[in-house]
Design a protein around this ligand. Structure first.
Ligand code: ADP
Length: 493
C-alpha cells in the first residue's frame, strides 16, 4: 500500500491556512487604502471649495479699488481677516507682487532707524497666478509630508478687465496629522488582525487536518487487515459523519470477513470428513490381509457414497459461489405453478421410496421474473427437504398462489419439524438441526442457503415456521409479474 507522506507545502493544512491568509490579506489591503483615500479626497474637495470662496471674498473687496497699488491693497488686506491662511499674494496684471502677507512689517519702523528699504520687484511665478491672470479660477490641494497643502488663485476683474490676481496658500498640519494618525491606526489594527488570523488559521487547519489524518491512518490500519479498528467520532460536523460512515463500513467489512472465514473453515471441515472416511476405508482394505470379498465390496461401496457426498458438497459450494459472484441471468416471466409441477414430478420417485405423499395445489397465472433454473432449484431443495425430513406415511403439501402483488410458494410437511430456537439458523451455511439425520439423508447443510440466496437475487424472501399441528412450513414470496396488455395470452409467458 502507498503510504507516501504528503509534502508539507502540498498538504491540506497549508492550503487551508493559505486561503484564509489570502482572503484576509485582500481585506486588509482594502481596509488600509479605501478609508484613507476616501477621507483624503473628501478633504481635498472641501479645502478647494473653502479656498475658492475665500479668494472670491478677497477679490471682490479688491475690485472696489478700481486700480491696484501696493498701499491700497495692503490697506484693504489688513482690514480683511486672513482666516488662518499661510500666505496671501496680490499681483498686478503683469504678475508683480503688490502684497505678500508673509512680508508685511508688523509695525512701522521708528523714524530715523535704518535706511528706507529699496522697493523690491518680485514676481509671483506660480502656475496658479498665471492661470488667474489669464482669467480663470484655479484651486489645487495635495497631501505630502503629513500636511495638506492647498492653493487657489482668482483674477481681480474691474469692468471686464483683469487688474490683478489674488493667490492664497494654506498649509494645514492639523488635518494632515489627523489623516496620518488614521493611517497609523489602521496599520496597527491590520497587523493585529493579521497576527490573529495567522494563529487562528493555523489552529483551525491543524484541527481539521489532524482529523483527516486520523481517518487516513484508520483506513490504512483497516486496509492492513485489522478489521476491529474504529474511529471515535468527535462533534457533529461532516468529519464526524465521515468517521461514523467509516465505522459502519468497517463493521460490514468485519462481518463479511468473519462470514468468509467461517465459511472457508466450515467448508474445509465438511470436505475433510468424507476424505478422512475414504482414507480410513482404503487403508483398512489395504492393510487387512485376505479380507472377506463381501466386506471389501461393502467398504468400496462406502468409499463410493463418501465420494458422492464430496461431489454434492462441491456442487453446492460452486452453486453458492456462482450466486455470490455472478449476476442473475436473463430474467424472464416464469410460471411458478408450471415449474413446481415439473419439479415435483422429478422428486416423485424419491417421495415414493420414502413412503411420502405429495399433495399439490397450484393456481394458474402465477408469473414472476426469474430464470427457470433458479426457480426449479428453489422448489427442488424445499420439496426434497420436506420429503427427507419426513416419516414413512407422511405428507408434503405444495401450493402456489397469488397474494396481492406477490406470488407465494408454500411447502409444508408432516415431518420431524424444526425446534423454535433453530428456525432462524436453518438458512445459515452448513447449519443442520440433526447432523446425523442430515448426513444419513445425504444432506450438505447448504440446500437452504442456496434457496435463500437465490430467492433474494430475484427480489424475493423466504421464511421457515412450524406447521400446525406438526412438521414445518417453508414460504417463499416473489414480486408478481403482471404482463402488459400486448403480452397477455402468450403461452408460457
Ligand atoms: P441439508 O442438506 O442438511 O438438508 P439444508 O440447508 O437443506 O441442508 O437444511 C438445513 C437443515 O434444516 C437440515 O439439516 C435440517 O436439519 C433442517 N431442515 C430443512 N428442511 C427441513 C424440513 N422440511 N423439516 C425439518 N427440518 C428441516
Amino acid at each position: 500500500m502507498k503510504k507516501n507522506k504528503v509534502p508539507f507545502f502540498a498538504s491540506l493544512q497549508v492550503k487551508y491556512a493559505m486561503s484564509y491568509l489570502v482572503i484576509f490579506a485582500v481585506v486588509l489591503v482594502l481596509l488600509n487604502t479605501y478609508p484613507v483615500v476616501a477621507s483624503q479626497d473628501l478633504l481635498f474637495t472641501s479645502k478647494r471649495d473653502s479656498l475658492k470662496s475665500q479668494t472670491a471674498v478677497m477679490a471682490s473687496a479688491l475690485m472696489e479699488l478700481e486700480s491696484l497699488s501696493a498701499e491700497q491693497v495692503a490697506r484693504v488686506m489688513n482690514m480683511l481677516d486672513s482666516m488662518g491662511l499661510t500666505r496671501i499674494l496680490v499681483t498686478d496684471p503683469a504678475g508683480l507682487i503688490l502684497y505678500d502677507s508673509t512680508r508685511q512689517p508688523q509695525e512701522e519702523p521708528p523714524p530715523g532707524e535704518g535706511e528706507p528699504e529699496e522697493p523690491e520687484y518680485r514676481y509671483a511665478l506660480y502656475q496658479e497666478v498665471v492661470s488667474a491672470l489669464r482669467g480663470s479660477d484655479v484651486s489645487y490641494s495635495r497631501y505630502t509630508d503629513r500636511k495638506f497643502i492647498s492653493t487657489a488663485a482668482m483674477p481681480i476683474v474691474y469692468r471686464g478687465m483683469v487688474i490683478g490676481s489674488i493667490y492664497i496658500l494654506e498649509v494645514d498640519e492639523v488635518q494632515g496629522e489627523l489623516l496620518y494618525s488614521l493611517q497609523q491606526n489602521l496599520r496597527t489594527i491590520s497587523l493585529v488582525i493579521a497576527a490573529v488570523t495567522l494563529i487562528m488559521s493555523t489552529f483551525f487547519s491543524k484541527l481539521l487536518t489532524s482529523r483527516i489524518a486520523a481517518l487516513l491512518r484508520a483506513i490504512r490500519i483497516v486496509g492492513e487487515g485489522e478489521y476491529g479498528h474504529r474511529l471515535q467520532p468527535v462533534g457533529w460536523d461532516e468529519m464526524a459523519q465521515l468517521a461514523e460512515e467509516f465505522n459502519q463500513l468497517t463493521d460490514r467489512l468485519q462481518t463479511t470477513e468473519e462470514v468468509r472465514r467461517r465459511f472457508v473453515s466450515d467448508a474445509s471441515h465438511e470436505l475433510k470428513t468424507p476424505l478422512a472416511s475414504i482414507r480410513l476405508l482404503a487403508d483398512s482394505i489395504l492393510q487387512t490381509d485376505e479380507m472377506d470379498p463381501a466386506m471389501v465390496r461393502d467398504f468400496v461401496g462406502d468409499i463410493g457414497s463418501e465420494a458422492e457426498r464430496l461431489t454434492r458438497i462441491t456442487e453446492h459450494l460452486l452453486a453458492l459461489t456462482r450466486l455470490d459472484s455472478l449476476p442473475a441471468g436473463q430474467q424472464l416471466p416464469v410460471d411458478v405453478s408450471q415449474v413446481t409441477e415439473r419439479t415435483i414430478g422429478l422428486l416423485q420417485p424419491v417421495a415414493d421410496a420414502a413412503g411420502v405423499t405429495v399433495e399439490q395445489n397450484l393456481k394458474p397465472d402465477c408469473l414472476i421474473l426469474c430464470t427457470e433454473d433458479d426457480l426449479s432449484q428453489i422448489c427442488f431443495n424445499l420439496v426434497e427437504n420436506a420429503v427427507k425430513y419426513n416419516f414413512n406415511g407422511g405428507k408434503v403439501f405444495v401450493s402456489v398462489y397469488r397474494d396481492g402483488d406477490q406470488v407465494l410458494l408454500e411447502v409444508g410437511d408432516t415431518g420431524v419439524g424444526i425446534p423454535e430456537a433453530d428456525l432462524p439458523k436453518v438458512f445459515n451455511r452448513f447449519y443442520r438441526v440433526d447432523k446425523a439425520r442430515s448426513r444419513a439423508a445425504g444432506g450438505t447443510g447448504l440446500g437452504l442457503s442456496i434457496v435463500r440466496d437465490t430467492v433474494r437475487r430475484h427480489g424475493g424472501w423466504v421464511t421457515a415456521r412450524p406447521r400446525n399441528p406438526e412438521g414445518s412450513l417453508f414460504t417463499a414470496g416473489f414480486p408478481r409479474y403482471v404482463p402488459r396488455q400486448s403480452e397477455r395470452g402468450r403461452p408460457g409467458a
